[in-house]
Design a protein around this ligand. Structure first.
Ligand code: KG4
Length: 334
């Protein structure tokens, strides 16, 4: 079954053709990074407009890269939640048009479910059940993936997502957008013990995260230095902050996996590209002899191949929408 998948939840317009959920026949991503860079972050209205301009060309390229036409496509999958509402609507409406015009099944895909599915492409042998740490720009959570379309949230952030904290810290440090990625590059040789940060805990909820205090702490460190006129070593500060974020993620993951008896960990979401987190999670899994699956770097960020993969399993479980399908800014992965 060949699925044409569309993703437009944030600042990448993406389309892909995926066969039987695992074989990527094409994967086209049009990034809006240069456009948003001058504002230091994603401007939702600009994102929607650029998606509307780019989507036809991106879908056409996905088909031509796969050496296929719409006649060869069996279904259309689209990210419909969560994300920027105006951005999501562009993809959803385009997919609805294709579905109606070509009489193709329309498959709604949850964005975070698709981030997890990026691992089904990287690791062809991977099958649920497994434990998953999802760390993206807008969400941070731990979930039990009981089956391809059956998820149970074990813990989640009570405030900022880890990616959001990294991006805001980077912006305050004067690191250009996309902050998380550029901080990772800049801090490669930084001393991660140079600055001390708290390890926030959520009282009585050992599996939940809180990153806003950590974010405020790094911002205060920068402002204090500015007021005193002292120079901060950005590589050291970035390395120390990334280590603090990674420590929080690893600590809760370790506790939850031990408590719940899991032995297979999957990492997902844009922040899974982070070198510190990849390293620390690898060490954690080595320590406990757990099996670890990391998504390949090219599939960590937003893309449509992961939507095509998850879309296949949604279709198999009967999750098909009609033309009433809407987009939603927020929606539980469950
Ligand atoms: O999953 P994603 O592409 O978007 C959402 O679905 O939210 O994640 C984007 C997030 C941003 O916060 C970005 O700064 C972060 O992933 N990111 C990174 C790295 N690459 C992307 N954060 C830390 N280190 C990286 N190498």
């Amino acid at each position: 079954m060949k699925i044409l998948a569309i993703e437009s939840s944030c600042d990448e317009t993406a389309a892909s053709v995926v066969e039987n959920g695992r074989k990527v026949m094409s994967n086209v991503v049009a990034s809006q990074v240069p456009e948003h860079k001058i504002y230091g972050g994603v401007v939702p209205e600009i994102a929607s407009r650029r998606h509307a301009e780019a989507i036809s060309g991106v879908v056409e390229k996905a088909l031509s890269d796969a050496e296929l036409t719409l006649d060869d496509i069996d279904a259309v999958a689209v990210t419909y939640a969560p994300g920027l509402i105006g951005a999501l609507l562009v993809g959803v409406n385009y997919a609805k048009g294709l579905s109606y015009g070509r009489k193709l099944p329309l498959i709604p895909v949850h964005h975070l479910r698709s981030h997890i599915a990026a691992n089904y492409i990287t690791h062809q042998e991977l099958k649920p059940p497994f434990f998953c740490l999802v760390v993206s720009g807008g969400n941070t959570m731990m979930v039990e993936v009981k089956d391809y379309t059956d998820f149970k949230i074990i813990g989640r952030t009570r405030d900022d997502a880890a990616g959001e904290a990294l991006d805001k810290a980077a912006r305050t440090m004067g690191i250009p957008y996309p902050g998380g990625l550029n901080m990772d590059k800049l801090a490669k040789d930084g001393d991660n013990t140079a600055f001390r940060f708290p390890t926030p805990k959520v009282e009585n909820c050992p599996y939940d995260f809180s990153f806003s205090g950590l974010k405020t702490s790094v911002i205060n460190t920068i402002h204090n230095a500015e007021q005193k006129g002292t120079e901060i070593n950005k590589a050291d500060l970035g390395a120390s902050f990334m280590k603090a974020v990674s420590n929080c993620l690893c600590k809760n993951t370790e506790k939850a996996m031990l408590d719940l008896g899991h032995k297979t960990l999957v990492l997902a979401g844009g922040v899974s590209a982070n070198s510190v987190l990849r390293n620390d999670i690898t060490e954690l899994c080595k320590k406990h002899k757990w099996k670890l699956y990391l998504p390949e770097l090219s599939l960590c960020g937003d893309n449509a191949a992961m939507v095509g993969s998850q879309g296949y399993y949604e279709y198999l479980s009967g999750n098909v929408a009609d033309l009433e399908l809407n987009a939603y800014a927020g929606m539980s992965i469950e």
